[in-house]
Ligand binder design. Sequence first.
Ligand SMILES: NC(=O)c1ccc[n+]([C@@H]2O[C@H](COP(=O)([O-])OP(=O)(O)OC[C@H]3O[C@@H](n4cnc5c(N)ncnc54)[C@H](OP(=O)(O)O)[C@@H]3O)[C@@H](O)[C@H]2O)c1
Length: 342
Amino acid sequence: MLTRLAPSDPFLADQIGELREQTKNQMIYAEQVDLSSLHSIRKFATKWIDNAPPRRLDMLILCANTLTPPGGERTETDEGIEEMWMVNYLANFHLLGILSPALRAQPFDRDVRVIIPTCSSYIASPDLVDALSKKKWSPKKAYARSKLAMMVFGQAFQKHLDAYQRPDKLPMNTRVIFVDPGFTRTPGMRRWLTRGSVWGLLLYVFGYVLPWFFLKSAEMGAQSILHAAMEGSLGRGVGGKLIKECMEVDFARNDVKNEDIAKKLWEASDKLIEKTEKEQAALRALEKKHQKMREKEKKEAEQAQEIEALVDTIKKGKEAEKKPSRRQRKKANADKTESTST
Ligand SMILES: NC(=O)c1ccc[n+]([C@@H]2O[C@H](COP(=O)([O-])OP(=O)(O)OC[C@H]3O[C@@H](n4cnc5c(N)ncnc54)[C@H](OP(=O)(O)O)[C@@H]3O)[C@@H](O)[C@H]2O)c1
């Protein structure tokens, strides 16, 4: 399980413990990846593929998602990329790009699946080629666009896998499967309905009968994802299918399969990642340099303090030497009285 929480987080440890108990599977574990950071993704994924022989990889479920509630402000990640574009699309593009050799290295008889949960909002998305300017930005448009990008890229990724010539000349057996789980009462949906406000949450709680009646439970929402993960027939034939209500459905937009758009998107994403990673690497190097300088200055200040303290003790010692001792003072007093009496 990939999570942005640290593995030492007590809630996460509890959750993993519970999952292990319920499934009697001690192999479940968590790794930390912050999908809003290209650096975090690269660190995790390069470590993961750096293994010989290649690790077994059966399935990737790219479920992470973020959605700014209506009226919300445009936010950027620490690396300067619009947050929904980053988490919902670019993170998956980056992760799949790095894990691609691991997918291609799986034995030909392994049914490997890349499951991409999506949302019908992609149907109303503005075109991908029209860059969404900061002025025109709205949470709804930006979310829909990130979902459309993920679908266009998913199709292109399937073609990229299919085009790979295995050394054993056997066909590739990895399939990308898109899933629309339908409207579901998940934390993300709750945040969207409540606008992320306390008032919204109170309304949600008091009017709970409405979401309860109109939205699926998380378990019901998961059924199409589970179908995509386990239905045997989806492991045969062509990849790139869309599943909704546990059935294969058509894409509602033709440009999802448009190769020109996919090529432009792929190139632009590669460029953005390269530019951002270079900038971030330079910033990290600068920060490291500053850190070293700060440590050096701290060390020098400590040394100066030590020298000062040493000089102080030497001075005190010399003063103490100059000061006559009690015996000397006594003797001097005695001499003085003797000379006055004579
Ligand atoms: N719910 C619906 O009604 C609905 C409808 C249609 C489609 N879908 C699709 O179903 C999928 C799942 O949606 P959902 O409603 O379950 O979403 P959700 O409740 O918002 O959950 C999203 C998950 O993504 C994780 N995440 C967010 N930002 C992350 C980051 N920077 N790094 C790592 N993990 C991060 C969250 O982690 P934390 O727990 O740490 O926050 C959370 O576990 C999405 O692809 C969505 O488009 C959902």
